[in-house]
Design a binder for this molecule. Structure first.
Ligand code: SF4
Length: 323
């Protein structure tokens, strides 16, 4: 969650029912984004494990609509560096305030959770920690190191803050720890940053991903946008072009959902057909992988998508060698 919470666009779905708008009208969610309540045994086991290790998840904090499906499959996105963010993005459900001190046991707890869940792929995100000199970068490094030690076959995807106003060295340390995937979400089009993501800067976020690729081209880079906030189609196409200029490998696109009435309202429910059209355009622009659907979230199906992304890169390299 980077900007403070990049992945937090995962907004509120636990209630699949009407969303109140600022004018007090009731806006119904279309059928294509309704989900079932999470009640499976796997869901309960994942929840119990997270509680026992004192780990926060973005799945819960952001009231992600996919929690029933993901937790049933024992796939959770762990949110490190506490549950309190130093920013206040208009789309994000994570609480804002002064965070607690960094938990030195957190890296080991994350590794224990990954080992107990038997994860082939793990996604680690965090709140924004503008209060820390390095923005929390060293905690990402320690988590990656603990995972490599405890469960070496697990592939690691990180979804980080933007580390705005922090030294480049902070991010370089994370790159040197070599996560398999480095994700940072742009979230929306630049025109909407002042209202939706006021603590962040579009080009700073873009540059962060560009610099990851420049330092280590073997790391897959990934970024996401949410739609339905009032963006225009051509603005979204421009974001895709910007991402390709930064050599970003994987684009995710999903529908923004308003977590509570005090968050930014949904301007539009983008249809599944429109998502397919966005997906086709993004693929034509050259991303290795694109996931675009109403319920797509940064970490949704991340393990399967990692395998697809690896296969796509290998196919591309093989094709380049033959030509
Ligand atoms: S999509 Fe991501 S945030 Fe949502 S439940 Fe699945 S793992 Fe958690």
């Amino acid at each position: 969650m980077a900007s403070r919470r990049d992945s937090r666009y995962l907004a509120g779905m636990s209630e699949a029912d009407p969303i109140p708008t600022p004018r007090g009208e009731r806006q119904r969610k279309p059928d294509w984004i309704r989900v079932k309540a999470p009640i499976s045994q796997g869901y309960m086991q994942t929840k119990a494990l997270m509680r026992s290790l004192n780990l926060a998840t973005v799945c819960e904090e952001a009231a992600c609509p996919n929690i029933g499906e993901c937790w049933t499959k024992k796939h959770a996105t762990v949110m490190i560096l506490g549950d309190t963010c130093t920013r206040a993005c208009a789309f994000c459900n994570v609480k804002t305030g002064m965070p607690r001190a960094v938990d030195p046991l957190e890296p080991e707890h994350v590794a224990t959770a990954a080992a107990e869940l038997g994860l082939e792929h793990i996604v680690i995100t965090s709140v924004d920690r503008d209060d820390l000199p390095d923005g929390g970068a060293m905690q990402f490094v320690k988590v990656i190191e603990a995972l490599r030690r405890e469960t070496p076959s697990t592939t690691i995807e990180i979804l980080t803050p933007d580390f705005r106003n922090k030294s480049e060295a902070a991010v370089e340390k994370i790159i040197q720890a070599r996560p398999d995937v480095y994700n940072h979400n742009l979230e929306t089009v630049p025109r909407l940053y002042p209202t939706i993501r006021p603590g962040a800067r579009y080009y700073a976020s873009l540059r962060l991903l560009e610099s990851v690729k420049r330092h280590d081209p073997s790391i897959f880079t990934k970024s996401g946008v949410m739609v339905g906030l009032g963006e225009q189609r051509l603005e979204v196409h421009q974001v895709m072009d910007d991402m390709r200029s930064a050599d970003i490998d994987f684009l995710t696109m999903g529908q923004y959902l308003q977590p509570t009435p005090r968050h930014a309202k949904v301007e539009e429910f983008v249809t599944p057909q429109a998502f397919s059209a966005y997906g086709a355009i993004a693929r034509a622009k050259g991303f290795l992988l694109v996931a675009a659907s109403p319920l797509t979230r940064s970490s949704y199906h991340a393990g399967d998508d990692f395998a697809k992304m690896k296969a796509a890169r290998e196919a591309k390299l093989a094709a380049a060698q033959q030509s």
